[in-house]
Design a protein around this ligand. Structure first.
Ligand SMILES: *[C@@H]1O[C@H](CO)[C@@H](O)[C@H](O)[C@H]1NC(C)=O
Ligand SMILES: *[C@@H]1O[C@H](CO)[C@@H](O)[C@H](O)[C@H]1NC(C)=O
Length: 527
């Protein structure tokens, strides 16, 4: 089963003909020189702001005084009580109320990575504080969930019983049983991803909150040790995740991923050594995979390793880092449809297409890695050699931009898949809280099946707009059906939106630079 999915990952993306996106490329290249060149301009600042609001909708626990999403209220206040541990807080994963540790940690890692790369621009946009708050809501929870060096609480609630009910989080009557991993019930993937998240977040807080940063790093180091020493897949220990977030790619990618983030956070040789020594046997330089997700971290790891290669101090490891880089290139070229052999499919409208259920998660992670890789090339003055041709950093960035523009409305449905952005967006998002009258407006208890009977089956749009949620999105023919029971397309997950934050900040920066050029450059004045 595991091997089969890997094969599928590997083979599922035989190239479909790519529709030339010349118009958009031109638009983008021109936009560097003049802002008026773009017929369809998107408000990236607005999209960025909205994307961060989404994390407030997904909050579990006691909401703070400055909560901006006001249709939500406190919930899950006894999480962990039965097990004698305080697990209040964290994020609901998607349209349900389970707190799944693995995708939650990946969400926090991606938010942190985005802030590490684009901190300055987030600050200029006035969103840095909201972005760090979104991270902290996750890391505060991870600190609680990591109750001793070799114990990490993996999940609160379970998919099966949660899905029996259609209720607001404020009314929840479903099981809040918590599940953990420990020495006898290992979970190296979960421990590894949580270590990666806390290490990445420790970099984010290093200057602004050194005490907190240090605490995160301490947890990250312990979790990595725990995951490395007691090896095993977490879905073998926590059976209830199996039908929801089974770790198909195993734990080796997460252990390498944790090591690289710990190396970035500490600069300690032991983590670099791990990344280098285990590169081969853990598949870091073996797997060329065209998917980057909550489950499969290889491509992200390979992109970071490519960046390490650019630094003088790593030349003694150039041999291994080069191999990581060649796999990163494979991923990037496959998105650009320039591989010989396996490429990521593109829809006729130009959207990357990996699979039917929640395809947008792969689009947003790809846009993120493409953006980062474009920066790497630009900063090192290099170009990417794909089988299908040599590609410059601008072409890669403009392809990433095409994916974001598709998300924001430049698509055959003229639909923004970022909820609340523009005038045409999904109104029937598969989301319990958003689809039921706000608890703040009506505190009358809404039961399990009552929610299904009245609110789930209602033909009316959701009473609450889940602003900033990136839904699963259209099918391979760019078709999207806005129905609440169409969860493959209308459900959103925290890890869909998380990578967008960094990419939107970068696109905003490009726009600002072109504005500056336009106004200040004597060269362009005479152009
Ligand atoms: C890949 O390229 C080589 C030549 O560079 C060619 O012989 C081979 O057939 C190509 N493979 C595919 C799948 O196109
Ligand atoms: C999208 O907008 C274009 C241009 O305004 C229009 O021609 C097309 O019919 C619209 N498509 C849909 C599905 O509304």
């Amino acid at each position: 089963m595991e091997e089969e999915k890997k094969k599928k990952l590997y083979n599922s993306t035989i190239g479909a003909p790519i529709i030339p996106r010349c118009a958009q490329l031109w638009c983008f290249l021109l936009s560097i020189f003049t802002i008026s060149a773009c017929a369809q301009a998107f408000d990236y600042a607005d999209a960025l702001k909205k994307s961060l609001l989404y994390f407030e909708s997904q909050r579990s626990g006691r909401l703070p005084y400055n909560q901006r999403v006001t249709w939500r209220d406190h919930s899950g206040l006894t999480d962990g009580l039965e097990q004698g541990v305080d697990l209040v807080g964290g994020y609901y994963d998607a349209g349900d109320h389970v707190k799944f540790g693995l995708p939650m940690a990946f969400t926090v890692t991606m938010l942190s990575w985005g802030i590490i790369e684009y901190r300055q621009q987030l600050a200029v946009a006035g969103e840095l504080e909201h972005a760090t708050e979104a991270i902290k809501w996750g890391t505060d929870y991870f600190i609680k969930a990591h109750t001793s060096p070799n114990v990490l609480w993996a999940e609160v609630g379970d998919g099966d019983t949660d899905h029996y009910c259609w209720q607001r989080p404020e009314d929840m009557t479903t099981s809040r049983q918590a599940y953990k991993i420990d020495e006898n019930n290992p979970g190296s993937d979960l421990a590894g991803e949580t270590a990666a998240a806390m290490a990445a977040a420790s970099i984010v807080f290093k200057k602004t909150n050194p005490h907190y940063s240090h605490l995160l790093l301490h947890h990250a180091q312990q979790l990595f040790e725990f995951g490395d020493k007691y090896r095993g897949k977490y879905d073998g220990s926590v059976g209830v995740v199996k039908s929801y977030y089974a770790s198909v790619s195993g734990y080796m990618d997460e252990l390498l991923w944790a090591a690289v983030w710990l190396y970035k956070a500490t600069d300690k040789d032991e983590y670099l050594k791990y990344l280098i020594d285990k590169a081969h046997c853990f598949g870091g330089i073996g797997w060329a995979i065209t998917e980057f997700s909550w489950d499969v971290k290889y491509a992200g790891l390979q992109v970071i390793a490519s960046k390490l290669l650019m630094e003088e101090k790593h030349t003694k490891h150039a041999h291994i880092l080069e191999q990581y880089k060649s796999k990163a290139e494979y991923y990037i070229c496959s998105c650009l449809n320039k591989n010989n052999g396996t490429n990521v499919e593109h829809t006729p409208g130009g959207l990357l297409y990996v699979r039917q259920w929640n395809n947008m998660q792969y689009v947003s992670t790809a846009a993120f890695l493409l953006t980062i890789y474009s920066d790497i090339l630009q900063n090192s003055n290099q170009k990417l050699k794909c089988h299908g041709g040599i590609v410059g950093h601008q072409e890669i960035l403009s392809f990433a931009k095409s994916q974001i523009d598709y998300i924001l409305g430049s698509n055959p449905m003229n639909m923004s898949y970022l909820v609340g952005y523009g005038s045409n967006y999904p109104t029937m998002v598969h989301h319990r809280g958003a689809s039921i009258v706000s608890y703040r407006e009506n505190k009358g208890f809404i039961g399990c099946t009552q929610g299904y009977d009245y609110w789930y089956s209602s033909p009316e749009p959701n009473p609450n707009v889940l602003v900033g949620a990136l839904v699963g999105g259209p099918d391979c023919q760019d078709k999207f059906v806005d129905q609440r029971d169409n969860y493959m397309q209308t459900e959103a997950c925290t890890y869909n939106t998380a990578p967008l934050v960094g990419v939107l900040a970068k696109l905003l920066q490009i726009e600002d630079q072109s504005l500056d050029l336009n106004h200040d450059s004597p060269l362009l004045a005479s152009y």
